[in-house]
Design a protein around this ligand. Structure first.
Ligand SMILES: NC(=O)C1=CN([C@@H]2O[C@H](COP(=O)(O)OP(=O)(O)OC[C@H]3O[C@@H](n4cnc5c(N)ncnc54)[C@H](OP(=O)(O)O)[C@@H]3O)[C@@H](O)[C@H]2O)C=CC1
Ligand SMILES: O=C(O)C1=N[C@H](C(=O)O)C[C@H](O)C1
Length: 266
């Protein structure tokens, strides 16, 4: 299958090019950068330091329309939705790693997935997806007696907070406890907040340096604490997951899937 990488010059875009080039059954068909980028025309492989691929960086999806079957998009919400509409109109499969989408934006993506198969997940690493299952089990077993706090740390360039992964962890825990994250989430604390309520799920965000992505879910009660932590030390872990999702999509019908589907963890 021929793959296009959107946002090819980005932190994830560069690693995705490398991962696709190394993947079995996938070929890099196109790589797209900003329409105003001075990189347009340069070789995608040379951008990432893996040597020539023969794929020149393009300035739009329209100009590479016939060069790919699946698009991998790790960019930002507005652009991802534009690209989803393009995929819907042109019968292209889609892997979306972009985070920070509002509920309305997620609904728009789901609409595109009625026409083409889409994998959408805030974290494509195998490790985080295994952790989601551990969290489900932990929360269901520990129940309401344990306070839940979710702490995440990322690099200084990250634009959305809390991370998509932290929010997904919150949703999984809330669901296992029979709560609605929308009504029980508390984002950061400051001032005279009063005592913690039994039902809240707290989120703390750290942005610093070059942290690739750390997530900890803390379950605490009187007498003990459990911390379930995942630490990513290379973006290649996310890129490999995205490549696996693209391979998995090869024979899938239209629909909205996530990494739990791809990894058979559901
Ligand atoms: N699901 C997962 O496993 C993971 C998800 N992510 C998510 O992926 C997203 C991207 O992260 P990251 O790679 O760090 O971000 P970057 O900002 O490094 O990458 C985005 C890239 O898109 C480029 N871009 C902007 N406009 C266009 C356009 N019109 N056409 C093509 N490219 C364009 C940007 O260019 P410029 O810089 O010039 O604006 C930039 O190079 C985030 O939402 C992040 O949370 C990240 C890691 C893992
Ligand atoms: O922006 C990042 O870098 C990451 N974003 C994702 C998120 O928001 O959860 C996944 C990963 O932690 C890296």
């Amino acid at each position: 299958m021929k793959v296009a990488i959107m946002g090819a010059a980005g932190r994830m875009g560069r690693v995705l090019i490398e991962a696709v080039e190394a993947a079995e059954g996938l070929t890099l068909g196109a790589a797209i950068v900003e329409p105003v980028s001075s990189l347009i025309g340069a070789d995608a492989g040379e951008l990432t330091g893996i040597g020539r691929t023969g794929v020149a960086l393009a300035g739009s999806l329209a100009e590479v329309k016939d060069d790919f079957e699946v698009l991998i998009d790790f960019t930002f919400p507005d652009l991802t939705l534009e690209n989803a509409a393009f995929c819907q109109a042109n019968g292209k499969k889609l892997v979306v790693g972009t985070t920070g989408l509002s509920d309305a934006e997620k609904a728009q993506l789901a609409l595109a997935a009625e026409a083409v198969p889409v994998v959408f997940a805030p974290n494509m690493s195998v490790g985080v997806n295994v952790v989601l299952n551990l969290l489900r089990t932990a929360a269901a077993t520990l129940g309401d007696d344990y306070d839940v706090e979710i702490i995440e740390a990322h690099h200084r360039h990250k634009k959305d907070a809390p991370s998509g992964t932290a929010l997904r962890m919150g949703e999984v825990v809330a669901e296992a406890l029979g709560r609605d994250l929308k009504t029980c989430a508390v984002y950061g604390r400051e001032g005279f907040t009063g005592e913690r309520s039994r039902h809240e799920i707290g989120f703390e965000t750290i942005r610093a340096g070059d942290v690739v992505g750390d997530h900890t879910v803390l379950f605490a009660t009187e007498g003990e604490r459990i911390e379930i932590t995942h630490k990513a030390s290379s973006r290649m872990t996310f890129a490999k997951g995205a490549v696996r999702a693209a391979q998995w999509l090869a024979d899938k019908p239209a629909g909205l899937y996530d990494m739990q589907d791809v990894l058979g963890l559901r």
